[in-house]
Design a protein around this ligand. Structure first.
Ligand code: PRP
Length: 182
């Protein structure tokens, strides 16, 4: 029987390392938003696992909204064409918004989402990305909170996919090149 984990060359971040980092991020964000409420904006689909864990590490009052953006399709490099597939309907004017992403790669997705949301004049707009690949950046954008800075390797698991697969793997691993070059 096919085991998805066999397509992974090496584990980059274990589930325990991720859990510890998510606890730290949750504590830091909660401290920074002390006394405030936050709209947590989960960028589907990749961020769904991270976001589910992160909200449970927050102690400040939070509501959860979902946006959907996609630019990769089946490719391993961003097409540069970021499509907003669904937007949330809640009014964010004068509200604190925390955009939650699994990974910042070219930065194009978050740049596009940030531009789209800034127009609505939130009180604050912060970005948390579990993973950051600064080598791949194509726009000048930094996240406010970053879990791990990682090398330019093709990672999957903990919500991250290749061609819609591997999101279910509990650890983050590097995909075997033969999988995405086949
Ligand atoms: C992935 C990831 C981020 C984005 C980061 O999304 O979830 O949203 O790419 O890359 P960037 O910084 O180069 O824009 P993808 O388009 O693969 O959609 P998905 O979240 O549904 O997997």
């Amino acid at each position: 029987m096919r085991n998805l984990a066999d397509d992974v060359e090496k584990i980059l971040l274990t589930r325990d390392e991720i859990a510890e980092k998510v606890r730290e991020l949750g504590a830091q964000i909660s401290a920074d938003f002390e006394g405030e409420e936050v709209i947590v904006a989960c960028v589907l689909r990749g961020a769904f696992v991270f976001c589910a864990d992160l909200v449970r590490a927050l102690t400040v009052p939070a509501t959860i909204e979902f946006l959907s953006a996609s630019s990769y399709g089946k490719a391993s490099v961003s097409s540069g064409n970021v499509q907003i597939k669904s937007d949330f309907e809640v009014d964010i004017h004068d509200k604190n918004v925390l955009l939650v992403e699994d990974i910042m790669d070219s930065g194009l997705t978050l740049n596009r989402l940030k531009e789209m949301l800034q127009v609505r004049q939130p009180r604050s707009l912060k970005i948390v990305a579990l993973l950051d690949k600064p080598e791949r950046r194509r726009v000048d954008l930094q996240a406010d909170y970053i879990g791990f800075t990682i090398p330019d390797e093709f990672v999957v698991g903990y919500g991250l996919d290749y061609a819609s697969q591997y999101r279910q793997l509990p650890d983050i691993g590097v995909l075997k090149p033969e999988i995405y070059t086949a």
